[in-house]
Ligand binder design. Structure first.
Ligand code: ATP
Ligand code: MG
Length: 392
C-alpha cells in the first residue's frame, strides 16, 4: 500500500470557466510546493485533487503540513491506495490503514463506501458492513461501531484504484495564488505588514513586495529579516519578488527640509509614491500595508487619508480594524512572529519626531513638501534605478 493525499477545495464560489483556472492554478502550486519532498503525481478527479508520491513517502505528516500552507485548499484527507480492486484487497487495505491511524488507541468508528465502478460484485452498503465486521474481528477491544457520531469515519472508495482514508486535516482556505491578480506589499520588518500580505494573498492575490532600507542606519541583519519574512509569506503563496529600495538620502532630505512633526507622514507618502511607480509597470493593481486605525500617530484616520492621497492606486489595509493582540495571534499562526520580533532597527524609527501630527491636513503637508520639489524626483528615480530585486 502507498500513502495518498486527497485534497478538497472550496468549489462553491467557483463556477464555469473560472473553475478551470482555479483548479489548474491550484494543481500547479501543489506540484511546485511538494517538489521538495519528492516526486508526486498530482491530478484532478471527481471534484478533488489527488497527490500521489511516485516513491512512497516516509513522513506523510510533512506532506500534510506542506499542503496546509497552500491557499485554496479546504481540507486534506490522508489515506492509502492499492491498485488492485478485490474484496481481499479492500480488507487488507482497510485494516492496515486503521492500524496505522489508531495505533494502540481505541475509538468508535463507522465505514462508508463509494464506488464508481458499479460492476463490482458487492454494493456500497454491503462493502461497508463487511469491512466493519473485518475491522472489529481483527482489532478486538479497540473498536466499537457508532453510526451516528463516530470518532473515526473510514472511507472506502473504489475508483480506478482502491482508496481508504479517514482523517481529514484542515487546509488554509482562501483562493489559489494567482487567481485574483497582483498587488504590491509594503513590507517592513514589523509584525503587521507580513500578516497584511498573507491576508491579501489568501484571497488569491499574487504578491510583489517593496522594502525601504536606510543604510548605514539600518543594518544588513534588518534587511535579512525582511527577506526571511518575505520567504515565510511566500511559503503560502509562491514566489515573491522583493524590491529593496535605498531610502537613506530621501529620509535625510525630509529630515533636513521639512517640519519635524510632519516627518513621518511625508516619509509615508513618498513610500506610497515609490511603491506605486514600482507597482504599475509590474501589473500590480493595488498597494498593501499593515496599518490599523489608531495604532500610531501616522495611522489616525486623518493621517491615513493624507497617505492615501499620495497614490492613485487602491490601498488595501486588511488589518485596519484589528487590535494588536489579534494581529500577533495571526502572526504566530502563520509563523512570522518570531522573525518579526527580532530587535533590528527599522528605517521608520530613524528620525522619529517627538510630537508627530495626528491630524495632518493635506494642503499643509503638500506645502511642506514643496521644500523637496527640486530634488525629490531625481532622488526617487535614483533609488528605483539602483534598487535590488530578490526573487524569493
Ligand atoms: P509593521 O509592523 O508592518 O512594521 P508598524 O505598526 O510598525 O507596521 P509603521 O511603521 O507605521 O507601522 O508602518 C506602517 C506600514 O507602512 C507597514 O505596515 C508597512 O506596510 C509600511 N512600511 C513601514 N516601514 C516600511 C519599510 N521600511 N519598508 C516598506 N514598507 C514599510
Ligand atoms: Mg514598522
Amino acid at each position: 500500500m502507498k500513502n495518498i493525499f486527497l485534497i478538497k477545495y472550496g468549489e462553491i464560489a467557483i463556477k464555469g470557466k473560472n473553475r478551470y483556472i482555479f483548479e489548474n492554478k491550484l494543481i500547479s502550486t501543489i506540484r511546485k510546493n511538494l517538489k521538495e519532498l519528492g516526486e508526486f503525481k498530482v491530478w484532478k478527479e471527481q471534484g478533488r485533487i489527488i497527490a500521489e508520491p511516485i516513491e512512497d513517502v516516509e513522513d506523510p505528516i510533512s506532506v500534510i503540513h506542506k499542503l496546509q500552507r497552500i491557499f485554496g485548499i479546504v481540507g486534506i484527507a490522508h489515506g492509502h491506495k492499492l491498485d488492485e480492486i478485490s474484496m481481499d484487497a479492500i480488507y487488507d487495505l482497510s485494516l492496515a490503514h486503521m492500524k496505522e491511524v489508531l495505533g494502540d488507541d481505541s475509538a468508535t468508528f463507522k465505514v462508508e463506501t463509494r464506488r464508481s465502478d458499479k460492476r463490482f460484485e458487492y454494493d456500497s452498503m454491503e462493502i461497508s458492513s463487511m469491512v466493519g465486521g473485518h475491522l472489529l474481528k481483527n482489532m478486538p477491544g479497540q473498536l466499537k461501531v457508532d453510526v451516528h457520531n463516530p470518532e473515526i469515519k473510514v472511507m472506502v472508495e473504489l475508483r480506478s484504484s482502491l482508496y481508504v482514508y479517514s482523517k481529514t486535516y484542515p487546509g488554509a482556505g482562501g483562493m489559489p495564488t494567482g487567481t485574483s491578480g497582483k498587488a504590491m506589499l509594503l513590507l517592513s520588518g514589523g509584525i503587521d505588514s507580513p500578516v497584511a500580505g498573507w491576508m491579501i494573498a489568501k484571497r488569491g492575490v499574487e504578491l510583489e513586495a517593496v522594502y525601504y532600507e536606510s543604510p548605514p542606519y539600518t543594518s544588513e541583519r534588518a534587511k535579512q529579516k525582511v527577506i526571511d519574512l518575505a520567504s515565510k509569506v511566500g511559503s503560502y503563496c509562491g514566489t515573491i519578488k522583493l524590491h529593496i529600495v535605498n531610502f537613506t538620502d530621501i529620509q535625510m532630505a525630509i529630515n533636513e527640509k521639512c517640519p519635524p512633526e510632519q516627518l513621518t507622514i511625508i516619509m509615508r507618502r513618498i513610500m506610497m509614491e515609490i511603491a506605486e511607480r514600482l507597482a504599475k509597470p509590474r501589473n500590480c493593481a493595488a498597494l498593501i500595508t499593515g496599518e490599523s486605525i489608531g495604532q500610531v500617530a501616522s495611522q489616525t484616520i486623518e493621517s491615513l487619508a493624507v497617505t492615501d492621497a499620495a497614490t492613485s492606486l487602491p490601498v488595501f489595509r486588511p488589518l485596519i480594524g484589528f487590535d494588536k493582540e489579534e494581529i500577533i495571534s495571526i502572526s504566530k499562526d502563520i509563523d512570522t512572529y518570531e522573525t518579526s520580533i527580532l530587535p533590528y532597527e527599522d528605517c521608520c524609527t530613524l528620525f522619529i519626531p517627538k510630537h508627530p501630527q495626528t491630524k495632518p491636513k493635506l494642503e499643509y503637508i503638500q506645502r511642506s513638501e514643496r521644500a523637496l520639489e527640486d530634488i525629490i524626483e531625481d532622488m526617487i528615480q535614483k533609488s528605483i534605478d539602483e534598487m535590488e530585486t530578490i526573487i524569493i
